[in-house]
Design a protein around this ligand. Structure first.
Ligand SMILES: CC(C)(COP(=O)(O)OP(=O)(O)OC[C@H]1O[C@@H](n2cnc3c(N)ncnc32)[C@H](O)[C@@H]1OP(=O)(O)O)[C@@H](O)C(=O)NCCC(=O)NCCS
Length: 167
């Protein structure tokens, strides 16, 4: 039995929205370094970006949090639906973050499963994420879930990983 449950974020809970926004910043710091990642966006911008994923009038998205039995938020994943150049919809995992003291306990595995289930509910058949080409834990996580590298952007040191859902 895992010691956490996965549920949608509570859009009315400002502390949850603020926590996920702060962890978006921490993700950027971990991936890009304090100097580049830490100063990229303001707190207000990040909180608005979280809220955008919860407002169907702005985009089709969702934020899932992993909540430990004591109530602490161990991690989150932000998902949304985008369209490719041909107008075909696909699912995107935006940031996925697990607090350092909760890592290696299967939290990200469970967040990915929940995010994919949401994408299937949205009727998309392809999911995608992108990250730094040196982010070995994230690359290993998505490869474990069947994702393959589909694009490399060397000038940005970024890679895209994709997966087609099986029926
Ligand atoms: C990547 C991250 C989300 C993984 O979270 P986690 O809860 O520790 O991951 P899990 O325990 O669910 O591990 C699932 C799989 O991911 C991979 N993985 C996770 N951490 C890893 C590590 N440090 N090294 C190598 N593989 C790792 C493994 O394949 C693992 O499967 P296994 O346990 O069967 O070997 C977490 O390390 C993190 O938040 N990193 C910083 C933020 C970040 O870089 N986010 C992505 C940018 S969008």
């Amino acid at each position: 039995m895992p010691g956490f449950v996965i549920r949608p974020i509570d859009p009315e809970a400002h502390d949850e929205v603020a926590l996920v926004a702060e962890r978006m910043r921490l993700t950027l710091v971990e991936v890009l370094g304090e100097e580049t990642g830490g100063a990229m966006y303001t707190r207000e911008w990040l909180e608005d970006r979280v809220r955008e994923h919860l407002d169907p009038a702005r985009l089709r998205g969702q934020v899932f949090v992993a909540v430990e039995s004591g109530g602490a938020v161990a991690g989150h994943t932000i998902v949304r639906i985008e369209e490719d150049d041909g107008g075909r919809a696909f699912g995107v995992f935006s940031t996925t973050y697990v607090a350092p003291d909760a890592r290696r306990g299967g939290v990200a595995d469970a967040l990915l499963d929940r995010g994919e289930a949401w994408m299937r509910e949205q009727q998309v058949t392809v999911a995608q994420t992108w990250t730094s080409d040196t982010n070995d834990p994230l690359l290993a996580l998505f490869r474990k879930h069947g994702y393959a590298l589909t694009l490399r952007v060397p000038e940005k040191k970024m890679v895209v990983l994709s997966k087609a859902f099986e029926d």
